[in-house]
Design a protein around this ligand. Structure first.
Ligand code: SF4
Length: 161
């Protein structure tokens, strides 16, 4: 029986454009991925998702609340590998641009920070958990994502050289 890579795709604070690219890649890759990948968690693809262990978690977006930070730690604890997807996850920007606001602008947006219980600073994924691979770009560089996916398909013995 064909072994499958157990994958999760998660989005935090961001515009989710890398998720759109990921879905668009299915136009060309759907049949391959259906054979090789078990999407345990990918809300953009399916209504039924699972919180069980993963070979690889792909995480898009920056972390703006303690609740999201806790969720990220939970994802990390059940994932053998974790990949930061896109500039917001890799560097915290541009989603974290309020970190750079001057004091006046910070005062202006304080009511939103309070209303949505946001952290004082927006953080990148590696500020909170260990990251195994980075896929840079805004949105993600497609080829970099495919290279990382191929690397883990090989590492977990789903495909062979
Ligand atoms: S890295 Fe760019 S495309 Fe990706 S979520 Fe952030 S702003 Fe959107």
């Amino acid at each position: 029986m064909q072994k499958k890579l157990r994958v999760g795709w998660f989005s935090f604070s961001c515009c989710e454009d890398s998720t759109i690219l990921f879905v668009e890649l299915m136009n060309e890759r759907f049949l391959d991925w259906k054979r090789l990948i078990d999407f345990r968690h990918a809300r953009v693809l399916q209504g039924r998702n699972f919180d069980d262990y993963l070979d690889v978690a792909f995480v898009e977006g920056a972390i703006a609340t303690e609740r999201d930070a806790d969720e990220l730690v939970r994802i990390r604890s059940r994932s053998k590998r974790l990949v930061a997807i896109g500039a917001c996850a890799c560097e915290g920007m541009p989603s974290g641009q309020r970190n750079e606001f001057d004091e006046e602008k910070k005062r202006e947006i304080q009511f939103l920070v309070d209303r949505f219980r946001l952290c004082e600073r927006v953080r990148k994924v590696s500020d909170i958990v260990v990251v195994d691979s980075l896929v840079p770009g805004c949105p993600m560089v497609e080829q970099a994502f495919l290279d990382v996916l191929d690397k883990y398909l090989m590492e977990f013995g789903v495909v062979h050289a």
